[in-house]
Design a protein around this ligand. Structure first.
Ligand code: A5P
Length: 231
């Protein structure tokens, strides 16, 4: 994947103007962008950034990229992030396999545009095709949320599994846990999202509807540009 990541990073860098404030996504693809961005900053590009995870904030800091909080009322110019699934026709997404979807959603919402960078294996005909929907939950509520999600009729029998192990659950940057829900290609992801969010204790799901302005897809080193409806 290294060549694909490098090609995506180079294309995304073309969209970063000197002086911009940008959101930094999480995951391997977004990290490849961060590496390329860090090099540019070393060569004199002036940017400021808000990170979507503590890991990315630490990496960016080591590269000399100034990291901000969300204190400023001004929107970020753009967020560059990865995704786990991109539905070809709608550009709706599933994110969160890396566990950072809560801050990814917040930073995307604080940005004028979210640009998604993915390799072609992430493109799907219908959300759910790669089989996993992460749901972030308050630890106290985890067993309750798991049972309630299992009982949902839509989605055809979703099986939530606690990420990590019962003794050592994976803990998000927000101090929460993640239920990874085994799913199949979904007929009505919007209704499923609404039903899961209605369960007390659920903090967020991995669904992102209508947030991507542009999706850059690497087919080898060739980059395809898909425009979202919001552009
Ligand atoms: C992090 O929570 C995720 O949303 C990532 O953006 C997503 O998992 C893509 O990660 P990779 O680039 O590592 O596949």
């Amino acid at each position: 994947m290294e060549k694909e990541f490098a090609a995506l990073a180079a294309k995304a860098l073309e969209l970063i103007a000197d002086g911009s404030r940008i959101g930094l996504g999480s995951g391997r693809t977004a990290e490849a962008f961060l590496q390329a961005l860090g090099k540019r900053v070393g060569q004199g590009l002036r940017i400021r950034a808000v990170a979507t995870s503590d890991t990315i904030a630490a990496h960016a800091g080591r590269m000399g990229i100034p990291i901000d909080s969300l204190d400023s009322p001004q929107p970020l110019d753009v967020t560059i992030d990865g995704a786990d699934e991109v539905e070809k026709t709608s550009l709706n997404l599933i994110k969160g396999w890396g566990g950072a979807m809560v801050r990814e959603r917040i930073v995307a919402a604080a940005s004028r545009r979210q640009i998604i960078i993915v390799t072609e294996n992430k493109l799907v005909d219908r959300l759910g095709a790669r089989g996993k929907l992460p749901v972030e939950v308050v630890p106290f509520a985890a067993p309750f949320c798991r049972r309630r999600i299992e009982q949902l009729s839509m989605g055809g029998g979703i099986k939530p599994v606690l990420r990590g192990s019962p003794d050592h659950p994976y803990v998000t940057d927000n101090g929460n846990w993640i239920l990874d829900c085994a799913v199949r290609p979904l007929n009505d992801p919007l209704s499923l999202d609404r039903a899961i969010r209605a369960i007390p204790g659920v903090v967020d799901t991995g669904f992102f509807f209508g947030s991507a302005a542009v999706v850059l897809v690497a087919h080898g080193e060739t980059i395809q540009e898909l425009q979202g409806a919001s552009v």
